[in-house]
Design a protein around this ligand. Structure first.
Ligand code: C2E
Ligand code: MG
Ligand code: MG
Ligand code: MG
Length: 281
């Protein structure tokens, strides 16, 4: 009995410690937003056929004063749970448009929008205001959503997606193939782009079905009039296979790691006014 109580007390302390750590991180997140500790990095998106860079994906980073660079997977889930993602996500859209306005006109920027941010009223207004403030054409902004968004109230979700598309903004389905009943979503909304999850690209050159899946998704994109982007392309071998499968676009360490805005701008200017292509691939 005594032991049982001890165990329970231990459990309570454990819970307590975890709640406190969570609370600390939450306060830390809110502080970081005020202190401007967040930054965006940019990773090139490359057309497989022409090897041209046609855009960059903006990826969020947190320069924590003690912990150093914190990757998004370590704070976005909590930012979503606590609602911090709403102001943080608005900042991402604003900042990405500001940066893209410095690029040549044929280069676009892709921004990740989380499900929580998506269902909070005001997203379309945030996008409209950011485009207007930086004088960016809607067509130069891509919004990446994941399948989890489609699990929410369908009428509202589709309404928001359509309003964004009416601004000229393009919509990409991110991490495709890792969520639930993906195919029905493709039928309910005309996405501009399908991003094939990097887990399939990683296994592309080994046995076990990844190649068949990549091939099928590329074919699906082709017949539905949606572009297909392979995520996490690291080797020339993977690129060769993707080209053979008819996948249209690639993103990954083979072409470039996420880089600072300054580095992205340098990459674009080194190559002149365009087209911006990669000799390595
Ligand atoms: P994602 O949108 O699927 O972004 C692609 C992730 O793959 C990025 O990780 C990128 O750095 C990584 N990656 C790119 N090329 C390669 C490669 O060749 N090999 C490997 N192993 N990885 C590669 P990152 O930057 O850590 O971001 C992780 C996730 O965090 C993103 O996945 C996205 O879901 C989320 N995220 C990032 N920025 C934001 C943001 O501003 N807002 C929201 N809501 N989510 C974001
Ligand atoms: Mg993404
Ligand atoms: Mg992805
Ligand atoms: Mg991902």
């Amino acid at each position: 009995k005594a032991e049982g109580r001890g165990t329970w007390r231990f459990f309570e302390t454990e819970m307590d410690a975890r709640m406190q750590a969570r609370r600390r991180l939450e306060l830390d997140l809110r502080r970081a937003l005020v202190e401007r500790e967040f930054d965006l990095f940019y990773q090139p998106l490359v057309q497989i056929g022409t090897r041209e860079i046609t855009g960059f994906e903006a990826l969020l980073r947190w320069r924590h004063p003690e912990r150093g660079m914190v990757p998004p997977n370590e704070f976005i889930p909590l930012a979503e749970e606590t609602g911090v993602i709403v102001p943080l996500g608005a900042w991402v859209i604003e900042r990405a448009c500001e940066e893209a306005a410095k690029w040549p006109e044929h280069i676009s920027v892709a921004v990740n929008v989380s499900a929580v941010q998506f269902r909070t009223p005001g997203l379309v207004d945030v996008v409209t205001a950011a485009l207007a403030r930086w004088g960016l054409a809607g067509a130069r902004l891509e919004i990446e959503i994941t399948e989890s968004i489609m699990l929410q109230d369908n009428v509202t979700t589709l309404g928001i997606l359509r309003r964004l598309q009416r601004l000229g903004v393009r919509i990409s389905m991110d991490d495709f193939g890792t969520g639930y009943s993906s195919l029905s979503y493709l039928r309910s909304f005309p996405f501009d782009k399908i991003k094939i999850d990097q887990s399939f690209i990683r296994d592309l050159t080994s046995q076990g079905g990844a190649q068949a899946i990549v091939s099928a998704i590329s074919g699906l994109g082709r017949s539905l009039g949606m572009r297909t982007t392979a995520e996490g392309v690291e080797t020339a071998e993977q690129l060769t296979q993707l080209r053979a499968e008819g996948c249209t676009e690639a993103q990954g360490y083979l072409f470039g790691r996420p880089m600072t805005g300054k580095e992205a701008l340098e990459l674009l200017s080194v190559q002149g006014p365009g087209p911006h292509s990669f000799a390595c691939a």
